[in-house]
Design a protein around this ligand. Structure first.
Ligand SMILES: [Mn+2]
Length: 319
């Protein structure tokens, strides 16, 4: 047999151009959902590599297409259907428009979209795109007048002040966030190996007050100390760079680094954020299907996104 069997055919999946076969939403001003899948192919890329993760959002829609007929089935990671009775479903807002040359405009498009969605009490799930995409998302939350904790799950700390002359690129995300008045706490989990960060950047972050739990810390002590650091009733921005996960399960990324988190460890952190606090916004970034191996990364990331939608649906319905 040369052709691989099709799981979607086994389940009766239909062709869907949205994530998980969710309803499409084109009007941010009228959006009515628990959360919203928003594709952001590009914000502020470095000139040397360009918009290398632009196919991330479409790759996740494709990766979960086999389950479009199963959206109401039991998800054993959640203890029920993804969207149980009494909850609102998520929607898919498609991909935001973007330019390869006008980065300020890319950031403005993301910022405006997030500001409108959160004003309607919908939790954005921004799908990148490289790790510069969250900067305007985090900035947009200033419009609510609330204060936030960032839970950043990433192999890299992203505290460069500038890299290759760019201050809003993917290596500066947490430093830019730290400069925003509405960000009161940052917890960073999963840093490991060698990235673009310098020891000075790490010192600056610690001096700001960042609570760090490295990949090695999680390996040695588990997640309990991390979860205890999440303040009760805090409003949380979840910044998930998929290179936080082990490259064995998310090879679909440019920054593969040995020693990453497992699927369940990341899921437990997302559950803990909703359990102790309130998830206000989410991003999943650095998704690069060209790097994937037999669809393994798309599988793991798309299922984590779907589980996140289920966790947020329960949070929004207070069940
Ligand atoms: Mn990273």
């Amino acid at each position: 047999m040369n052709e691989k069997p099709d799981l979607g055919a086994l389940f009766g999946a239909t062709n869907a151009d949205t994530f998980f076969g969710l309803e499409k939403c084109d009007d941010f001003d009228a959006i009515d959902a628990s959360s919203a899948f928003i594709g952001a192919p590009c914000a502020t890329p470095y000139g040397s590599v360009g918009a290398y993760a632009q196919n991330g959002p479409s790759s996740l829609r494709k990766a979960i297409a086999s389950l479009t007929a199963n959206i109401d089935r039991h998800n054993f990671d959640l203890g029920g259907p993804t969207f149980p009775k009494g909850t609102k479903r998520a929607v898919d807002c498609g991909d935001l428009s973007w330019s390869e040359t006008d980065f300020a405009s890319n950031r403005q498009v993301i910022r405006q979209c997030i500001s409108k969605i959160v004003a309607r009490d919908v939790v954005p799930i921004l799908i990148g795109g490289d790790d510069s995409v969250p900067i305007p998302m985090i900035d947009a939350l200033a419009d609510t007048g609330e204060s936030y904790t960032i839970l950043q799950i990433d192999a890299h700390i992203d505290w460069r002040d500038s890299h290759m002359g760019e201050t809003h690129g993917l290596s500066s995300t947490m430093r830019r966030a730290s400069e925003m008045k509405h960000i009161e706490k940052i917890i960073q989990i999963g840093a490991r190996g060698i990235g673009s960060g310098h020891s000075d950047d790490f010192e600056d972050a610690k001096n700001w007050g960042v609570k760090f739990f490295t990949g090695f810390d999680v390996y040695r002590t588990g997640l309990t100390p991390v979860i205890q650091e999440i303040d009760i009733d805090s409003k949380i921005i979840l910044c998930i760079d998929i290179d936080a996960l082990d490259p064995a399960i998310t090879p679909n990324t440019i920054g593969r680094t040995p020693g990453g988190l497992s699927y369940y460890q990341v899921l437990e952190l997302i559950l803990a954020a909703a359990d102790r606090g309130h998830i206000a916004a989410v991003d999943f970034v650095e998704i690069m299907p060209e790097m994937d191996i037999d669809g393994i990364g798309g599988l793991n990331v798309s299922r984590l996104v779907a589980a996140t939608m289920g966790i947020i649906a329960r949070q929004q319905a207070k069940i």
